[in-house]
Design a binder for this molecule. Structure first.
Ligand code: FPP
Length: 251
């Protein structure tokens, strides 16, 4: 694939390895390691999260150039509320600032914002900013930037079951396809690739239903260090995989 003009010499070599006919449509990311990144530098965890927010911007730019259609990032899980109150409030403020600063950029870059998870527990000032960004970017179509907030994969499934029961859907009509329509991701394709940074080999309650056939990519790189080259390495690795979706792949 042709590199962007801004790419340096080493980055260009990675871009040139990318097969533009085999780009994952949906890339989901578990952005892990902000705290360890900060600790290594003698900085506060908060600085780590700030650097993590910056890395998201970079991931969006790479995705745009690659032609990825959806990027989902795990920004706050249903379990993250047990972190110290101060850290939770900083994460919420960072999210607020990120959306406020990015709104214009998302518009200019034709990126549509989407949010999955239970927003009812988020602070009012965050929800207001989310609403504005959702509204202002709703017609954009180059890339969907999907943020998982107060999201849990099991909660997503339980929530779907509740809605189905509430609507009185006949059990005999429930199929996998129908069930997918009751998940937070009803409008999105399933992820083709799930990336987790920082060396942890877990899926941590992220998109459990949706990643049934996703390719998994784990890297030791900490999230704030996940730059364009790291994204390209993940895509190159993905392109080497043979996806069979339970079939034989013709063997
Ligand atoms: C994991 O690092 C990351 C998170 C808990 C959330 C990710 C948050 C951001 C990237 C910043 C703000 C988000 C947005 C959308 C602007 P960790 O704290 O678990 O790291 P550790 O495992 O090294 O402690």
């Amino acid at each position: 694939m042709k590199p962007p003009l801004s790419a340096g010499k080493i980055e260009r070599e990675y871009w040139e390895k990318i097969d533009e006919k085999n780009i994952p449509s949906h890339v989901a990311i578990i952005m892990d390691g902000n705290g360890r990144w900060a600790k290594k530098r003698g900085l506060s965890r908060i600085k780590g999260h700030k650097a993590g927010a910056k890395a998201i911007e970079n991931a969006l730019d790479s995705a745009l150039h690659l032609g990825v259609k959806v990027i989902t990032v795990y920004a706050f899980s249903t379990e993250n509320w047990i972190r110290p109150e101060y850290e939770v409030s900083v994460l919420m403020t960072l999210l607020f600032q990120f959306l406020k600063l990015q709104r214009k950029k998302l518009r200019e870059k034709n990126i549509k914002l989407s949010v999955i998870g239970d927003r009812s527990k988020l602070p009012e000032f965050v929800n207001r900013e989310i609403e504005k960004a959702l509204e202002e970017t709703r017609k954009n179509n180059a890339l969907v930037f999907n943020i998982a907030l107060n999201y849990g994969g099991r909660a997503d499934i339980v929530n779907g079951v509740k809605k189905i029961v509430e609507e009185g859907i006949d059990a005999s009509t429930i199929t996998e396809e129908l069930f997918s329509k009751y998940l937070y991701t009803s409008e999105l394709p399933d992820p083709d690739l799930l990336i987790r940074t920082s060396g942890e080999l877990r899926v941590s309650n992220f998109l459990l239903w949706q990643i049934a056939y996703s390719e998994l990519y784990f890297t030791d790189v900490l999230w704030p260090d996940f730059d364009t080259i790291e994204m390209l390495k993940a895509i190159i690795d993905y392109q080497k995989r043979e996806r069979r979706f339970g079939g034989t792949g013709g063997i």
